[in-house]
Design a protein around this ligand. Structure first.
Ligand code: PEP
Ligand code: MN
Length: 369
């Protein structure tokens, strides 16, 4: 994946005010008074770099509050003039882009429900051609890294070189404590594919409630994400959208003061020496692990040949149960997480089955007895 990014300008943009980049504001602009009150309180915290507000709201069911529409852009303009905070809004079609640009919005973002649809993203991209504005792209609702990358590429191809990705979690059928599963590995994969692309975490939409936000915000910073987008309303209890997850500007300030900022690299010699030594130990263990897995696979192959020659099925559930139970107890005794151990064993088991299937179907050696 190759994005053409304007890194110097992105760095500038990301340290618009303070560190880490904090984008905050109500889920929806509801009235001029609500937006201005919230914006002033947020500006007073001294922690907020960008004021966000949804003007056009993508709602699951018709008839729900669908945003105040264009009028909200004039409120945002006033909030910016009074607080000095740059503004960001969600755009979901070409008309939104044109209106937001016309009223001087500083940053645009594409929401999760739009990122899923390449037609929508292309429409937005076409409207952005020739425009110089930062654009943030939220991950698609479903856990599909390619769709996320595709949206980034479409906007980048339109000439936008100030891009950031926003990690807001993914829909999942499994009911958990989160509104949207973080699935951190997808954001990490994106970072691996494009290390220079800034990733901003949106703990509000991941959590769906206020209580878990500090935990997700800290984890995002520990994973070296470049900023946070957090929904804030002067009085969340009367918010017309996402009331349960919005925090007051006061709580947001408390949260920001609680977060620990860790550096990616330390220049302290004793620290780097110790880290190098520990990493060497890890490297050695990884090699041993791979050697052991290769050794295990050779035995698996032998068993495969043996099963083939004796016309025995590959999968023997009783044996698999025995492996799982025995290894679980052992792993637990060694303080290894049970779910992790199960996932690891399943992965190894799948590969073993794949290998044995290959052996069974190897025509040159089929048992013809
Ligand atoms: C929002 O930021 O208010 C929003 C609608 O978010 P998402 O697109 O992540 O659901
Ligand atoms: Mn919201």
């Amino acid at each position: 994946m190759k994005l053409n990014l304007n890194i110097a300008s992105l760095k500038n943009w990301l340290k618009l005010a303070c560190e880490p980049l904090l984008i905050a504001g109500p889920c929806s602009a509801e009235s001029e008074e609500q937006l201005l009150t919230t914006a002033h309180l947020l500006a007073q915290t001294g922690k907020v770099s960008v004021l966000r507000a949804g003007i056009w709201k993508p709602r699951t069911r018709p008839g729900e509050f669908e945003g105040v529409g264009s009028i909200g852009l004039t409120w945002l303009k006033r909030a910016k003039a009074e607080t000095g905070l740059p503004t960001a809004v969600e755009v979901a079609n070409a008309k939104h882009v044109e209106e937001a640009l016309a009223s001087g919005v500083d940053i645009l973002w594409i929401g999760a429900r739009s990122t899923v649809n390449p037609f929508t993203v292309q429409d937005i991209a076409d409207a952005l051609r020739g425009v110089d504005i930062p654009v943030m792209i939220k991950n698609p609702v479903n856990p599909d890294l390619s769709l996320w990358i595709g949206a980034l590429e479409r906007i980048n191809n339109a000439g936008i070189d100030k891009l950031a990705a926003v990690h807001r979690g993914f829909s999942s059928i499994e009911k958990t404590a989160f509104r949207n599963e973080p699935m951190w590995e997808i954001a990490i994969q994106l970072k691996t594919l494009c290390p220079k692309l800034p990733i901003i975490c949106d703990p509000s939409h991941i959590c769906g409630n206020r209580e878990l936000i500090p935990y997700i915000a800290q984890k995002a910073l520990d994973l070296d994400m470049q900023g946070l987008m957090i929904e804030s309303h002067f009085n969340p209890s009367i918010a017309q959208t996402d009331a349960k997850q919005q925090v007051t500007p006061g709580s947001l300030l408390e949260l920001m003061n609680m977060l620990t900022l860790r550096t990616v690299a330390s220049t302290d010699k004793a620290f780097t020496d110790k880290l190098t030594e520990l990493r060497q130990q890890i490297d050695k263990i990884d090699i041993q692990l791979i050697e052991k897995i290769a050794e295990r696979m050779q035995i698996v192959e032998k068993i495969g040949e043996y099963k083939r020659d004796n016309n025995v099925t590959i999968l023997q559930i009783a044996r698999w149960d025995e492996i799982i139970n025995h290894r679980h107890a052992f792993a637990e005794a060694l303080n290894l997480n049970v779910r992790f151990t199960r996932n690891l064993l399943e992965l190894i088991h799948q590969e073993s089955i794949r290998k044995q299937t290959e052996i069974m179907n190897d025509q040159s050696n089929l048992n013809t007895k």
